[in-house]
Ligand binder design. Sequence first.
Ligand SMILES: [Zn+2]
Ligand SMILES: [Zn+2]
Length: 336
Amino acid sequence: MKAAVITAPHEMIVGQQEVARPGAGEILVKVNAAGICAGDMYIYQGKNPYATYPVVGGHEVSGMVAELGAGVNGPVLGTSVVVEPFIGCGRCYPCRVGKSNCCANLKVIGVHHPGGYAEYLTAPAPNIHAVPAGVSPLFASFAEPVAIGVQACRRGEISAGELVLILGCGPIGLALIEVVKAYGAHPVAADLLPSRLETAATLGAQTLLADEHLLGRVLERTDGEGAPVVIEATGNPKAMEQTAALVAAGGRIVIVGLVKQGIDVAFPGLDFTRKEMTIVGSRASVDCFPQALELLASGHITYPHMATTFSMWDAPVIFAELDRNPGMVHKGVLTL
Ligand SMILES: [Zn+2]
Ligand SMILES: [Zn+2]
């Protein structure tokens, strides 16, 4: 089979490999579409400390069931599916309490195992989810980023009617907007870049410029109370620290953005009790794929319309261009 392989940082080639065979408990999937996400770019740029080369990236994958491994009884061959990329060990504390997204020995398809930038990939059967009728392979490939939004909304216990302030309108912030709306809540998106705010507005968010007057704007918008829920999706430590001021007393802060290792984030100590603020982290997703697929099927998620598709085997050129110009497209998806 053909595969786009990252052989070393900044080196990607399209080559021939043996078709992977599904082991016991695994399913072989013929790939239709695989999204390009920041995580894939990090591997390409040599910034992911967990990646060992050569590696086949691609963890936002849709395709069709091509073969069932021993002991697997479904779905039937040809079923349209998506691949959930996280594989927990099943033994550690987070796995034992149903939080395998925080597994101490987490393996990720497209990082530790060959991913979707290939004609075929294998995955454990529980990681394969059937795609509802009417959802195209392109839309289905967005199940992973949408699931990240679902996880953040669950962690924030978002309910209908609430104002939800989303800091950052990058890919995750944008995916969050429509998920928040699907919960019946009101997304207010903040970013420094007017072009990103335009996109956020297209997806149905109210928008606020995240300059030095952001706090005043949020207080004005909330009758001086602050936001009931703040979702931090920038990964910027300063933005993260500001969530304590932006959140209403009794409100929730959900941290989705990744801070670089070794960077501290400080909160005013009295606010923990004065505001009784809840601060939770949200990592990737666990058990969110079925809901993400339902949201894609029900028409709540239109963000994939903004994607630009490329031929899978142009991946080496596309990755080189995205490396030079990250803003070249809203979102790239490689298709077969
Ligand atoms: Zn991703
Ligand atoms: Zn584990």
